[in-house]
Design a protein around this ligand. Structure first.
Ligand code: PTJ
Length: 253
C-alpha cells in the first residue's frame, strides 16, 4: 500500500494502475517499459502540462471539432491508465473508439473493448479488424473499415512511429499524445501534444468545450496556423530552460 503522504504518491498510483492493467491482461509487459520512458520525460516537463503546449491543445481540439469522421485509437496502456477520460472525450466530439494494438491478441482486444464499455462506451471497433493499412507490416496495420481505415482525423497516444507515419502518408490528420518530444511519432504527427495521457484527455475535453462556440473559420485558422515543428522546438527549449533554472536542492526529491 502506498501511503497518501508519500511525496510521489500520484506518480506511484498511476504506476499501480498500469501494473494492475498488466495483471488483468489489458496492458502488456512492454507497456511498463514504455511507461518508464514516459515518466522520465514527464519529470523533465515538471509533471504538469507545459504552457508551450497551449497552441497544440487548441489546434487538436479545433481539429477534432472540424473532423467529419474522427477516431480515437486505444492501446493497452491508454486503456489501463485513463479509459473513462478517453470515453468522455470521444462523446464530446462524437468520435469512434477503436482498439489498435502492437502486441495484438484477440483476447486482449476484447478485454480493452470491455474496459471501455464499462467506462461508458457504446461501441468499440477494432476487435475484429477487416482492413489493413497500406505500407505497415506490424499488427497495428489491422484496422476497422468503419473506423481508422476511413477516418479523416485519428487521435493516438503512447504510439510507435511507424503507424503514425503510415497514417499521415495515407492522408489522415494525426493528433498524437506523447511525452517524448523527440520521438518519431511526435515528429511525424500533424499535431503533437507533449503531455501525460492522464492530463491530456481531460484537458482536451475542456478545450473542446471552450472552442465549441467558435465558428468554422476560427477553428480552421487555429488548425492552419499551427506548426508542429515549431511547437516541438518550443517544448525542447522549455525543457532546457527549465533544467538550467532548476535549483538542484529542489530537484533532488
Ligand atoms: O498495447 P500495445 O500492444 O499496443 O503496446 C503498446 C506499447 C506501449 C507497448 C507500445 O506502443 C510501445 O512500445 O510504445 P513505446 O514506443 O515504448 O512508447 C511510445 C511513447 O509513449 C514514448 O515516446 C513514451 O515516452 C510515451 N509515453 C509513455 N507513457 C506515456 C507516454 N506518453 C504520454 N503519456 C504517458 N503516460
Amino acid at each position: 500500500m502506498i501511503p497518501k503522504d508519500h511525496p510521489r504518491y500520484e506518480s506511484l498510483m498511476i504506476r499501480e494502475r498500469l501494473v494492475e492493467g498488466v495483471r488483468k491482461g489489458v496492458a502488456v509487459l512492454e507497456g511498463l517499459i514504455a511507461h518508464g520512458r514516459g515518466e522520465a520525460f514527464d519529470y523533465l516537463i515538471g509533471e504538469r502540462s507545459p504552457e508551450v503546449m497551449d497552441g497544440a491543445y487548441r489546434a487538436a481540439a479545433a481539429m477534432l471539432l472540424l473532423a467529419k469522421d474522427p477516431v480515437i485509437s486505444v492501446n493497452g496502456n491508454v486503456a489501463a491508465l485513463c479509459p473513462k477520460e478517453v470515453v468522455e472525450l470521444a462523446r464530446e466530439v462524437n468520435s469512434k473508439l477503436e482498439v489498435n494494438l502492437f502486441h495484438r491478441s484477440r483476447k486482449r482486444a476484447e478485454r480493452i473493448a470491455e474496459v471501455l464499455k464499462r467506462s461508458g462506451a457504446e461501441e468499440v471497433l477494432g476487435v475484429e479488424p477487416d482492413e489493413e493499412l497500406e505500407g505497415l507490416s506490424s499488427e497495428r496495420r489491422k484496422v476497422s473499415s468503419r473506423g481508422i481505415y476511413r477516418a479523416d482525423v485519428v487521435l493516438l497516444a503512447i504510439e510507435d512511429g511507424d503507424r503514425t507515419e503510415a497514417l499521415v502518408r495515407l492522408g489522415k490528420k494525426v493528433i498524437a499524445i506523447d511525452l517524448n518530444p523527440l520521438s518519431r511519432t511526435s515528429r511525424m504527427a500533424t499535431v503533437t501534444i507533449v503531455d501525460n495521457v492522464i492530463r491530456a484527455f481531460p484537458r482536451l475535453k475542456k478545450e473542446v468545450r471552450e472552442l465549441r462556440k467558435e465558428g468554422e473559420g476560427r477553428l480552421s485558422d487555429l488548425v492552419s496556423s499551427f506548426d508542429n515543428k515549431k511547437s516541438l522546438k518550443s517544448c525542447l527549449e522549455f525543457i532546457s530552460r527549465r533544467l538550467r533554472e532548476l535549483e538542484l536542492e529542489k530537484a533532488d526529491r
